[in-house]
Write a protein that binds this ligand. Sequence first.
Ligand SMILES: [Zn+2]
Length: 442
Amino acid sequence: MTQMLIRGRLLSFKRAPHSLTDTDSYAYESDGALLIDGNTISVAGSYGTVKAIAPEGVEEIDHRPHLILPGFIDTHLHFPQMQVIASYAANLLEWLNTYTFPEECRFVESEHAARIATHFYDELLRHGTTTAVAYCSVHKTSADAFFAEALKRGMCMVGGKVMMDRNAPQGLLDTPQMGYDETRAVIADWHGKGRCHVAITPRFAITSTPGQMKAAQALAQEFPDLHIQTHLSENHEEIRYTGELYPDARDYTDIYAHYGLLGPKTLLGHAIHLSDREADVLSEAGAVAVHCPTSNLFLGSGLFPMKSLMRREKPVRVAVATDIGGGSSYSMLRTMDEAYKIQQLLGERLNPLESFYLMTRGNAEALSMAERIGTLEPGTDADLVVLNAASTPAMRLRMETVKTLGEELFLLQTMGDDRAVVETYVAGKAMKSEFDVSQVRT
Ligand SMILES: [Zn+2]
């Protein structure tokens, strides 16, 4: 197996940091190295120790003075919405009906789906994201394109064919039976192939009849290890309409609970406007509220009470995500900048250690995947991002006055974007520069 030594400043989290001074929550090596053995990290530590263990003449890549972190993880975005980003709409439902649904109809064409898939993975890698959890469209063709490209690039990806059988254009509807059958077919074709993971994906309660919810429930019972993803309590009008469609439910969360869709592998996009009762239910189920700050601000959906959900007596698990194309940036750095500002507006503090924990190990834990991704621990997959906090003239100037790691991370989060990403490694392969996008396209 090919071995390679990657040198630079290493940062990897061991657990969630309690404060900006919680130095026990992470491992940092100012002159560190990773020994990569094929697809995985075999040794991590100071350059001196790793070099001593490494075989003589091993290939060395020197990323000093840049930071090396586990690749970013994006826990909620929509693969068929690359050409929906930056659509001018008053709110969620107008945005869906006017732009998003018509655009997703195009993914019935496998050629279109395949073309967008190449751009999708190019963008993720340019932004340092090595794992993402995506909604495909209702069409199996879209899931096929999504996973085929993931497999080609060796990426750890979670995705699902969306189930939706009402309140959308005809070209975007399945039926309870079709949604069930095609999800099963996607699982059979892709789950466990390479690093592909299939998620059961009812879009949200508005676009699924009770019959389809039952079909999703049947899938969840048959495949208890799979992730389940859907949307919850994003927007007031959405919540009101959902209540009308499910008059017997106590609240929005109760709909998903009723159909057995809440568990530790359930990812609930947004979950902004929850009652105490709903937060308790999510906490007890171990389900994850996925915060999508750029999307929440862009669509004017509301301010996600991340900190108060996390410190409740019954805390709610939280992950962070871009929500492309309601979100306005592919960058997890931009995402955490907006997350920070939302907490500021709520009178809360989100410190940069927490932000970088959330983008890496935190999101891996939310996916129950921290054994494989999200850290630089030996034995895990060598998915890495290399970051340069002096990547623009303005950042370089600000870096002159930066004295601590926390300050550097905060600068990266506040001013950084894809330009700060020097390199992205997937399973030990450099994908941003060396494995050029043009090669991928052939
Ligand atoms: Zn979404």
